[in-house]
Design a protein around this ligand. Structure first.
Ligand code: 3HC
Length: 316
């Protein structure tokens, strides 16, 4: 048992775990082990950072959307992601942290965001594949997190997963249109699938055996399924969709096992994953520069809002 848990009051810890195992939610004012609170802040803040940084690759294509309809859809999706980020910072603040502190940790390189947003969006097809693969993976992950033992996170997920379903469907529709288009459009979709498939599988985190956080997260039902279980669910959901569109996934070892009903897959490149997570991905530098600039350029808005709210308080 980790030192942090050993220092907890055993009676309170037993009551806490009985509550979780009975399916009750833990609410902000309830007693909770410090490690439970710390793990939630880590996950929820990284999740919020991912939503906001995730706006950058897609925002890159808003001015270049091929039709007004597609521009409207992309605008709506990017705005949704901003809302998800704010929702998640709100949920994290129920644990007594300040979003300013969390955002500073990100801007100082002390907090993570999802690996997937460090890949470039080179063609319009990438916007479709992000919706199809990235939001599809997020939907699988977040549907699980909607059962999380911490009330505010679980409720945030209920709202967010509904919007992820729209994100996923619009992405797949975009890819279906390209696949039904000219040979060049179909090839653009195939090229995008080739570049995004493996990084999307790695979104679920390292293999269970290499996942230092999963054990405690699953003991306290923050996560109710493992990284590999969720990855497998996403693969089983997505491979038939690719086949239906006549697209080939870039994994020669992909094969259906009729016994387990799983699509078995080849080795993932975990060296690439850890390199990207540790700042050495294709777009890490560009994403962080953009995020820091946005924060700086928005300083006046934050100061104006703060001044206004302080004035309001003195007047009332
Ligand atoms: N990207 C970056 N870092 C990752 C990662 C990923 N895809 N997967 C794992 N890691 C990091 C973990 O943060 C951990 O490092 P830390 O201890 O310093 O935080 C380390 O790798 C080991 O991983 P673990 O499996 O032990 O970590 P977790 O148990 O936390 O599992 C997770 C990782 C699956 C990402 C989990 O944290 C989680 O479910 N987080 C909430 C969901 C989330 O953050 N999703 C990000 C995508 S948001 C999105 O897609 C927006 C959509 O609208 C497009």
């Amino acid at each position: 048992m980790s030192k942090e848990i050993q220092n907890e009051d055993p009676k309170k810890l037993a009551e806490f775990e009985a509550k979780i195992n009975s399916g009750e939610k833990i609410e902000p004012k309830d007693w909770m082990p410090e490690l439970y609170r710390k793990q939630l802040i880590r996950m929820m803040s990284q999740h919020a950072h991912s939503e906001v940084v995730g706006m950058l690759p897609e925002g890159n294509w808003i001015t270049r959307a091929p039709s007004l309809r597609r521009k409207l859809i992309l605008l709506a999706k990017v705005q949704d992601e901003a809302g998800h980020g704010l929702y998640l910072y709100n949920s994290a603040e129920t644990l007594g942290v300040d979003r300013g502190e969390l955002i500073n940790q990100l801007l100082q390189g002390k907090a993570k965001y999802s690996n997937i947003f460090n890949y470039p969006t080179l063609t319009w097809a990438d916007i479709g594949v992000i919706g199809w693969f990235v939001d599809g993976a997020a939907m699988v992950n977040q549907t699980m997190l909607a059962k999380c033992s911490y009330g505010p996170y679980s409720r945030a997920m209920l709202r967010i997963t509904k919007e992820e379903a729209f994100h996923n469907r619009q992405g797949y529709e975009l890819i279906a249109q390209l696949c039904a288009g000219t040979p060049e459009q179909k090839q653009m979709a195939q090229d995008s699938v080739n570049r995004w498939w493996f990084p999307s599988l790695m979104m679920f985190g390292p293999p269970d055996a290499q996942s230092p956080n999963s054990e405690i997260l699953m003991r306290w039902k923050i996560k109710t399924e493992s990284n590999d279980q969720l990855r497998q669910r996403f693969i089983n959901m997505t491979v038939p969709q690719a086949i239906a569109r006549g697209l080939t996934l870039p994994d020669p070892d992909l094969k259906f096992n009729p016994e387990t009903k799983n699509w078995e897959y080849g080795k993932l490149n975990w060296d690439e994953f850890y390199a990207v997570v540790n700042g050495k991905g294709i777009c890490n530098k560009e994403r962080m520069e953009a995020r820091i600039n946005a924060h700086e350029n928005g300083r006046w808005v934050r100061e104006a809002a703060l001044t206004y709210s302080l004035k309001r308080q003195t007047v009332n």
